[in-house]
Design a protein around this ligand. Structure first.
Ligand code: ASP
Length: 449
């Protein structure tokens, strides 16, 4: 049996939902369906999840944004009407939304997550009703009944181990099960959502729990590309990748698949296939545990913008036992997570996503570093980008760093930072955001053309 997940653009309107039904019908081993909230129908459109967040934040500030509330209901209503579903479906969608609105108004700690979850929940109710109406045997299954238990971290849920055994019990149900993605329940029964884009995580958890033969992840691109198509025109598609490669790539800006979604599938050894709802016959990209050796050791170049570098220098830092720990302790105290921390003899850099260190926190962190660590210099460089060159087997190949360095030179982009040792399948380069596009084009040219 296969677990099949549809992303936001695949369920954005009634027309897309009809395609979803067609894809499910094509293969009767597609038994468990995980769905996202309705996404964008066109470029300027707004995702339902973004609308729900806007509504929820305003409610937390005591304001009821009637227009946003109405837009959300209209999105769902137009689907139920176009799909000609019974009125009770829309009523159940509205009931969930109204309950969550009330929870926020009453100051409930999990109100916002409950409202955010309504996008996926509505999609799943509508899709299961539509499948049933079309003559398929299908049911909506709430994540609570499916057994998806998570840690109580609103907006950042982490699955609890016992979920997997509970999910396995769904195998005995002889019908198509439609499960909303993006959220689970705490053991106390509260809704908690995963991080943004987290329906991929649900799909992976469900596939692992059910010991599926394949986890198919349907989105709106034919495959994963070796570099972000935003920077390079028609980059090469990737037909296969290992889990480790995909994890590195999706961490650094490959938005096709959530970077946390691979672990459950990986642990349960379930292959993942990324496919396109709008072109389902394209082969897509397969992600598996191991691949035979390939001709080129570099399979992809990932990149992400919006980083900062916290640079600290202190004479004789290398002789001061515990310096690194003390520096990171300050970040921990201030609840700032970091991404990389390369260090030298008298210097240490900590790479942080810019939004994790807003200016008010920056001041506190910088002052504490100066006072408590008695450093010589502390500097923050914003507008940094990270580039990852990814490929299994790269660490044993001579000359990759030199080829990459030449590509940066040809692009006239200065490398601010290099970090290689920590990952066996990736090499990281830090550059100024302004040089990102040129650097990527030059790297693509070097490794793929
Ligand atoms: N709807 C959620 C989001 O927009 C989760 C998802 O689509 O995967 O973040």
């Amino acid at each position: 049996m296969k677990v099949i997940k549809f992303g936001g653009s695949s369920v954005a309107d009634a027309g897309q939902i009809k395609k979803v039904k067609g894809i499910i019908e094509l293969d009767d081993t597609r038994r468990v369906v995980v769905v996202s909230a309705p996404g964008k129908r066109y470029k300027e459109d707004t995702k339902v999840t973004d609308l729900l967040i806007e509504l929820g934040m305003a409610l937390q500030a005591g304001v009821m944004k009637e227009d946003v509330y109405k837009t959300i209901l209209d999105r769902f209503r137009s689907m139920t009407e176009e799909l000609d579903l019974s009125i009770s479906v829309m009523e159940s969608v509205k009931e969930q939304i109204d309950n969550a609105v009330q929870m926020i108004q009453e100051g409930h700690s999990h109100g916002l997550d409950s409202l955010k979850a309504c996008g996926e929940d509505g999609s799943a109710r509508i899709i299961s009703a539509y499948l049933e109406k079309s003559g398929l045997s299908a049911s909506y299954v709430n994540p609570k009944d499916a057994g998806i238990l998570v840690r109580d971290e609103p907006g950042g849920a982490i699955v609890l181990e016992e979920s997997f055994d509970r999910l396995y019990e769904l195998r005995s149900r002889n019908e198509i099960l439609v499960i909303p993605g993006f959220f689970g329940f705490t053991p106390e029964g509260e809704i908690v959502t995963f991080s943004r884009g987290g329906s991929d995580i649900t799909g992976s958890i469900v596939a692992a729990g059910l010991k599926a033969e394949l986890y198919e992840n349907f989105t709106d691109v034919d495959s994963v590309f070796c570099v972000n198509p935003m920077y390079v025109d028609k980059p090469k598609p990737l037909t296969s990748l290992t889990y480790r490669e995909m994890r590195e790539l999706s961490y650094a800006g490959f938005s096709v698949f959530h970077d946390e979604a691979l672990i459950p599938a990986f642990k349960a050894k379930i292959p993942v296939c990324i496919k396109n709802t709008n072109n389902p016959s394209a082969p897509g990209t397969m992600i598996v545990a191991e691949l035979p050796e390939r001709e080129s050791h570099v399979v992809g170049i990932a990149s992400d913008d919006g980083f900062l570098n916290l640079y600290v220098s202190k004479y004789l830092m290398n002789r001061e036992i515990g310096f690194g720990r003390k520096l990171l302790q300050i970040l921990e105290d201030e609840e700032v997570s970091f991404e990389h921390a390369p260090s030298g003899i008298d210097d240490m850099s900590v790479v942080i996503r810019e939004h994790h260190l807003p200016p008010e926190k920056e001041e506190v962190v910088v002052n504490r570093i100066k006072e408590e660590l008695k450093v010589d210099t502390v500097l923050i460089e914003r507008e940094m980008a990270m580039i990852m060159i990814v490929g299994e087997g790269m660490n044993q190949t001579v000359g990759i760093a030199s080829q990459a360095a030449s590509a940066f030179r040809e692009a006239g982009v200065n490398i601010e930072m290099i970090n290689q040792g920590s990952s066996e399948v990736a090499m990281m380069f830090g550059v100024k955001s302004s040089g990102l596009s040129d650097a990527l084009q030059s790297l693509y040219h070097t490794f793929f053309e």
